[in-house]
Write a protein of this length. Structure first.
Length: 95
């Protein structure tokens, strides 16, 4: 990944994190015509989709990075840990 891609990812994460703080850290669901959409706190989300549909990159990773507490994320690959482990290690232990 080149530097401009990394800068874009950091900017996108910063925007989602800022809005997450304003929305009391609900579950990030995406963006619609009115802006960033969050489910309320204390709710859950089940994401189902075919391979390569963007489940990890569009939903799981932003929510893991913006979580204001513990996270339990299940994946058959190491992609979630590799994408979020370093940032989450500043919050607490990661596995």
């Amino acid at each position: 990944m080149d530097q401009s891609s990394n800068d874009g990812l950091r900017s996108a994460h910063a925007i989602v994190l800022a809005v997450a703080r304003l929305r009391d850290y609900g579950i990030y669901l995406g963006v619609d015509d009115h802006g960033v959409v969050f489910a309320p706190r204390q709710h859950c989300a089940l994401v189902l989709g075919p391979p390569r549909a963007g489940k990890s990159s569009a939903l799981a990773i932003p929510n893991i990075l913006c979580a204001n507490g513990s996270v339990l994320a299940v994946s058959t690959k190491r992609d979630l840990l590799l994408a979020t482990g370093k940032a989450r290690s500043h919050v607490g232990p990661t596995m």
